[in-house]
Design a protein around this ligand. Structure first.
Ligand SMILES: [Fe+2]
Length: 171
């Protein structure tokens, strides 16, 4: 069976406007996962990603700090109360595991770093697919329009703020 390419991982989603900021970050997450996998496999064509291990670790960390961390917090805080207990447990558990894998990749040898980054890229892709295919459709069915609009407004604010904080912290 042919390994799926990045184009296969982007699906057409009919996403409510409110959740679009999160969905567009999911696309970025899938790209990072794809780049990490290609880079780790030593592919010459790695979608613009670095091919050396330190470069890949840096790519994953940058993504985690700038996008993933505020993204996960926003999902848990804004969508959490509308989800089932089981889904909420999975959401929190996978967010924490993604963070743990990257934290563990600090200060270990290259072999272990490869293992941890591979696990991070795999879980990231699985997690995003689950959110897009199951979790968000569920939320869209169970959250009324007015609440969705409130969530959407809050998301815009938070994600814009998170971006500008990251920028000023890097100055
Ligand atoms: Fe997400």
């Amino acid at each position: 069976m042919r390994a799926p390419g990045f184009s296969d991982t982007i699906y057409v989603m009919k996403r409510s406007r409110a959740l679009k900021p999160l969905s567009s970050e999911h696309h970025q997450a899938l790209l990072v996962s794809f780049q990490l996998k290609k880079g780790l496999a030593g592919h010459s064509e790695s979608a613009g990603a670095p091919k050396d291990l330190p470069g890949l670790v840096a790519l994953a960390r940058r993504f985690e700090e700038q996008i993933l961390r505020p993204h996960c917090r926003a999902e848990e805080e804004l969508l959490g109360r509308y989800l089932t207990e089981t889904d909420m447990r999975r959401l929190r558990g996978e967010h924490a595991e993604l963070q743990r894998l990257l934290d563990a990749a600090r200060g270990v040898g290259p072999a272990e770093q490869r293992t941890l980054l591979t696990a991070f890229a795999d879980l990231l892709e699985r997690h995003i697919r689950w959110e897009e295919r199951d979790l968000f459709p569920y939320a869209e069915l169970h959250v009324d329009e007015a609440a969705l609009a409130t969530i959407g407004g809050e998301l815009e604010k938070r994600l814009v703020l998170a971006r500008s904080e990251t920028k000023s912290a890097r100055r």
